[in-house]
Ligand binder design. Structure first.
Ligand code: VGL
Ligand code: ZN
Length: 193
């Protein structure tokens, strides 16, 4: 395909799951509004991966175990599936995280696909510049972006492809400021086309 060179070598879609969208058990306000931007970015970037929150039924982050969250993204349930509005076609690998009952993991870089960690998988494919979108801005997107920067990736957040939970009002904006300070850049999905 002819066109501008890509702004990124690969695209990470963080936790685009049913439970994080309206109607799910841990809904992010307007969580399902990310998919236009996410699908557009995925069409226009050369390599696409996704992470998924993939909890056992008694995960330590659940209120039943003293954690902060209602049960969500329980392995092999409907709520843990990718949202139907996500175009799965371009996704080449899925990285599961927080799969053990006593360990919480917000960052997609703690996720594995067939035993391989996300960072190693990307490096093995020559990825240096990574675009990131998904849910939620103030939790798993934030943690993934900060981790990716620490690991030496250049990170570009797709700003129309993220939404925040906002347990406290302003959490989304604070997370954006923190990602910027750490060195993340921001672009709109149209800029990738
Ligand atoms: C997430 C809260 C709990 C996320 C995951 O994907 O942002 N948030 N588990
Ligand atoms: Zn979770």
């Amino acid at each position: 395909m002819a066109g501008k060179p890509s702004l990124a070598d690969a695209f990470l879609i963080v936790d685009p799951q049913v439970d994080f969208c309206p109607g799910g058990t841990l809904p992010v306000p307007e969580g399902d509004a990310i998919f236009l931007a996410v699908n557009r970015a995925a069409r226009n970037l050369p390599l696409v991966v996704a992470s998924r929150d993939w909890h056992p039924p008694d995960h330590c982050s659940f209120r039943s175990r003293g954690g902060p969250w209602p049960p969500h993204c329980v392995q092999d349930t409907l709520g843990a599936e990718f949202h139907p509005a996500l175009d799965r076609g371009p996704i080449q690998a899925v990285f599961s995280k927080a799969t053990e009952r006593d360990h919480e993991a917000y960052s997609a870089f703690e996720g594995t696909s067939e035993g391989v960690r996300l960072g190693d998988w990307l490096r093995a494919r020559g990825v240096g510049r990574l675009a990131v979108a998904g849910l939620a801005t103030d939790y798993c997107v934030r943690a993934s972006v900060l981790d990716g920067l620490r690991l030496g990736f250049e990170i570009i957040v797709i700003e129309d492809g993220v939404r925040a939970v906002e347990v406290k009002p302003g959490d989304g904006e604070r997370a954006v400021a923190e990602m910027r300070r750490a060195g993340a850049r921001f672009a709109r999905s149209e800029e990738l086309a």
